[in-house]
Ligand binder design. Structure first.
Ligand code: SAH
Length: 393
């Protein structure tokens, strides 16, 4: 890309970038831009090399993804444009009739606003802003959210990796009203404390909401929730199970889980601080049996290069978990690594089942909750996978 400082704000794409934009993918990499002018945060018109208009893009020359095509039609990307996109995102959430008050209201590219995430925790909103163009227009966005939703407070979780990549400041700060350290929210029949300031992501793992509800429906007998974080799955499972053991390497996460168990009046959950790999190996070597095992590990493959090692790690935990299943037992196996595709995950589970000598019936393949929608032409918006497998013998 030529950095022609004198050039007017606009971008001309190389053929590969133009083809990508035409396919409906908003991300244009620096190497696919022939020439561009403008500053970080500008919304620039985008053309192919013959001068055909391709859309309006959020521009940031400092980012590897230097352009995010936000609008494919030739209309102004102004305050009204942002408002319309936000209204549509909220209308879609309304249509889902979510039983609870903690979920994602706007899912960036998948709701047509590249780089903006808006999560709801009860009466509070938590934002993540991973693009310079959105960052510059934060006032509009906050005004619109206040007008449409009347929240008590709005927090910016500026400490996301995406902001660092875009060269934006990384402070966590209040944008409106007041935001407390923790907020009690409801997820179906379960209540938990979200931590907007300090919790993972914007305060919790909202993308697993529907899978936690599903796990609650399958649970019975003796349940092991591995990589439990603040006990999301454990709290749901404990409603039907006899006993649940939540396992995580993080002490603070387990403390939060213990407090939430109390909040829900659950006395059948035990909390074990341990490395999941060691614990799973130890339990399977000891010949223990469970009626349900939940595996919700962090992303083992953050990049393509990490895939071979990640695959071994996924296989190891799933193999151990399968060995632990009683006949009729359920394995709830998740992966949030985009690069570890559904096909790769299926293949890994197959190989784990073969080594474990178990026959597993596929009860369901699940994904991220519907408030984290996928866009057909943006494969990266589909990242969470969840296999529900029943041990036949
Ligand atoms: N199931 C949770 C989210 C899990 S996030 C929910 O629905 O809310 C992944 C968790 O794995 C984090 O809490 C992290 O502390 C934990 N973790 C990461 N590596 C681990 C390891 N090797 N052993 C045990 N826990 C680990």
């Amino acid at each position: 890309m030529e950095l022609t400082g004198s050039m007017e704000p606009r971008a001309v794409l190389r053929d590969r970038g133009a083809a990508r934009a035409r396919s409906g993918h908003p991300w244009i990499y620096r190497s696919d831009i022939a020439e561009a002018g403008g500053e970080a945060g500008d919304v620039v018109p985008v053309f192919d090399r013959s001068g055909n208009f391709l859309g309006w893009g959020f521009y940031n020359p400092g980012s590897e993804i230097s352009l995010r095509v936000a609008e494919r039609r030739d209309e102004p990307v102004d305050e009204c444009w942002f408002r319309t996109r936000i209204e549509r995102a909220l209308a879609y959430r309304d249509s889902l009739e979510i039983d609870g008050d903690a979920y994602r209201l706007l899912h960036a590219e998948a709701d047509g606003v590249p780089g903006l995430v808006v999560d709801r925790y009860g009466e509070y909103l938590v934002l993540q802003v991973g693009s310079a163009a959105v960052d510059r227009r934060l006032d509009w966005i906050v005004d619109t959210l206040v007008e449409l939703l009347s929240p008590r407070g709005i927090l910016l979780r500026g400490d996301s990796a995406a902001r660092k990549r875009e060269g934006l400041d990384t402070a966590v700060r209040v944008l409106y009203g007041e935001v407390p350290e923790s907020v009690v929210v409801r997820e179906g029949p379960v209540r938990y404390r979200a931590r907007p300031w300090s919790g993972q992501k914007t305060g919790g793992f909202l993308d697993q909401r529907e899978n936690r509800l599903a796990a609650g429906r399958y649970a019975r007998g003796r349940v092991l929730d591995v990589f439990s974080y603040a006990g999301g799955f454990a709290l749901h499972a404990a409603r039907r199970a006899e006993t649940v053991e939540a396992v995580d390497a993080s002490g603070p996460a387990l403390e939060a889980a213990r407090a939430d168990a109390e909040l829900n009046g659950r006395e059948n959950i035990a909390f074990t601080r341990s490395n999941a790999f060691d614990l799973l190996r130890g339990r399977s070597d000891a010949g223990e049996g469970y009626d349900m095992v939940i595996l919700d590990p962090p992303a083992f493959a953050r990049t393509k290069r990490e895939l071979p090692r990640a695959r071994r790690a996924y296989k190891e935990i799933n193999l151990r978990a399968m060995k632990l299943l009683n006949p009729g037992g359920i394995l709830f196996s998740c992966s949030c690594s985009y690069h570890f595709s559904r096909e790769l995950m299926e293949d890994t589970l197959r190989s784990a089942a073969a080594d474990a000598g178990k026959t597993l019936r596929v009860r369901e393949w699940r994904g991220q909750a519907r408030d984290h929608p996928e866009i057909l032409t943006v494969p990266e918006t589909r990242y969470l996978k969840c296999a529900v497998l029943e041990c036949l013998r």
